[in-house]
Design a binder for this molecule. Structure first.
Ligand code: GLU
Length: 538
């Protein structure tokens, strides 16, 4: 077995048959973190050997998602390295070379059995006691000359591994499962090269892992059943068997394997829903690994110092969106304001562009029509005018972020995802218009005995005064001074104002928001609300 400390080399080897799934991302994170913690090398290898399901588009998405997560690879696509190429489809000659070596050493042999022969034998075996024990090695009994003659005659054939007759159980070390031992009699002489000239998955993976000098193989435990077969190939190649670490599965809250039913499964969906890459890396790292059983906040840079294979759990872990949301909130609050604004920019710009579309003075909107979230998906980008408006505001934010910086203290305390921004602060951009949430109108403005109209008119008069500077504190103080003479509690006085200005009863701090708005617009919203809800009459 390989010595653990010297020159650790690990790889993440996705098949580009789909996007980067959170399970794959976690495998990538562990490989990356282990390489960093050991001062080793992290390799990215694209296993694109399935021509019907692998696409360049998926490869691009995987690379982009890896970059977004910050999982920088030392060797691989777009980076190069001494052990390339890093796409399996470009490595066929290395597989042939390995096979040639095995043939020369009597470790592989050609097999001419047809599919029909094999199916018939399997059927008979399955019907008898003991069942099917794998390929019966018919062609292994051919002499070299017989086999060569049939090859020369152009007879179709595959190449099989010659599992040594005297081989005991197949054994290997797994950092998660410990010492593993599999009986040899369930391993038949597996196919290495198919009759169409392509190489099998198990063979290609081992060739690559040997040629790329991998010291540790960290991958999902769905590969555990491949491992004893692969160990036989390592042995046949005369190569060191690396140390394995098979990772437990990630399950949804219902205990089933995580899938689309449970919500977002691909990494870029998380980006589009306003998660920060560091928070997602931290969260995924803890699905199956822990530092000390307690610490939950471990930023990637730290993970890359403290990660250890022996703290990987055997137990399956449950993907808990609420915990991820909480963690994302922690990371959002940890950011400085400039970094926050840079990350929040796309959503703020969307909120502002949407807000600019508001019109009609005060209108009442049912809850389901309120802006819930504005995904950063392609649909939004398709609307050219909207996309242009967004881009213009983004440029504005880049040029002078001062106004937008002020949004940060309004919402940072309760923000869990960046895509909640439009819903929380969209009202700042409505100009003289206000979209009144139907429920808030009923519960606050039309509440029996609440004196909401009176409260609104009194606050309006205060806000219209030119002797009070347009800042949160003096405005709030002046409004609060109404409480005693009007014999109203602050809540009853301020809630109607909140609804008239922000449209609902749960907006961020009211006077801090008002300070950010144009006085004319605020007064216009109050007037429009009074007119719509209570009618014009005094
Ligand atoms: N390409 C395989 C997959 O995406 C991974 C193979 C491995 O890690 O050994 O599942």
């Amino acid at each position: 077995m390989t010595d653990t400390n010297s020159a650790v080399r690990v790889r993440f080897a996705p098949s580009p048959t789909g996007k980067l799934h959170v399970g794959g991302a976690r495998t990538a994170i562990y490989n990356w973190a282990f390489a960093r913690a050991m001062g080793g090398t992290f390799v990215l290898r694209i296993e694109d050997t399935d021509p019907t399901r692998s696409t360049q588009e998926n490869t691009d998405i995987i690379l982009r998602a890896m970059e977004w997560l910050g999982l920088d690879w030392d060797e691989g696509p777009n980076r190069g390295g001494d052990y390339g190429p890093y796409y399996q489809t470009q490595r066929t000659d290395t597989y042939q070379k390995a096979l040639d070596q095995m043939i020369a050493e009597g470790r592989a042999y050609p097999c001419f059995c047809t599919k029909e022969d094999l199916d018939a034998k399997r059927k008979i075996a399955e019907a008898t006691e003991g069942g099917y024990g794998g390929y019966d090695r018919t062609c292994r009994k051919l002499t070299k000359e017989e086999a060569q003659a049939r090859i020369d005659a152009g007879e179709p054939h595959v190449w099989r591994l010659a599992v040594p007759e005297e081989h005991g159980p197949v054994e290997f070390e797994d950092a998660v499962y410990g010492h593993m031992s599999f009986p040899i009699d369930v391993m038949d002489d597996m196919i290495l090269k198919r009759s169409d000239g392509t190489f099998t998955y198990n063979f290609a993976v081992v060739c690559d892992d040997v040629n790329m000098r991998m010291t540790h193989i960290i991958r999902g435990d769905d590969h555990l059943s491949n491992t004893p077969r692969q160990v036989l190939i390592y042995e046949a190649l005369g190569a060191d068997v690396p140390l394995f670490a098979h990772l437990p599965m990630i399950l949804g809250a219902d205990g089933h394997k995580l899938s689309k039913r449970h919500g977002a499964t691909n990494v870029e969906q998380y980006r589009d829903e306003g998660y920060l890459p560091d928070a997602l890396v931290n969260y995924l790292a803890l699905l199956g690994w822990s530092l000390d059983g307690e610490t939950t906040i471990i930023p990637p840079a730290e993970l890359g110092r403290v990660f250890e294979l022996d703290r990987i759990s055997k137990k399956h872990s449950i993907f808990d969106v609420a915990k991820l949301n909480w963690m994302n909130g922690v990371y959002l609050r940890e950011m400085d304001q400039d970094a926050w604004l840079a990350a929040a920019k796309p959503w703020i710009a969307r909120a502002a562009a949407l807000g600019a579309e508001a019109e009609g003075g005060a209108v009442i909107v049912p809850a389901e029509d309120a802006v819930a979230d504005v995904p950063l998906d392609d649909d939004a980008a398709e609307d050219g005018a909207f996309a242009e408006a967004v881009a213009a505001i983004e440029r504005d934010i880049d040029e002078d972020g001062a106004f937008y910086q002020k949004i940060y203290p309004l919402i940072i305390e309760r923000l869990e995802r960046l895509d909640q921004i439009p819903e929380k602060i969209g009202y700042l951009f409505w100009g003289a218009n206000v979209q009144l949430d139907e429920k808030s109108v009923k519960k606050v403005l039309l509440k029996e005995g609440a004196r909401a109209e009176e409260a609104l008119r009194a606050c309006r008069d205060v806000l219209a005064r030119e002797d009070i500077s347009w800042e949160a504190e003096p405005l709030q103080e002046a409004c609060r001074a109404l409480c005693d003479p009007m014999e109203m509690k602050p809540k009853l006085l301020f809630q109607p104002l909140r609804v008239a200005v922000a449209g609902n009863m749960v907006s961020p701090p009211l006077f801090e928001s008002i300070e950010l708005m144009d006085p004319e617009d605020v007064l216009a919203r109050i007037d429009a609300t009074i007119a719509l809800v209570f009618g014009e009459a005094e």
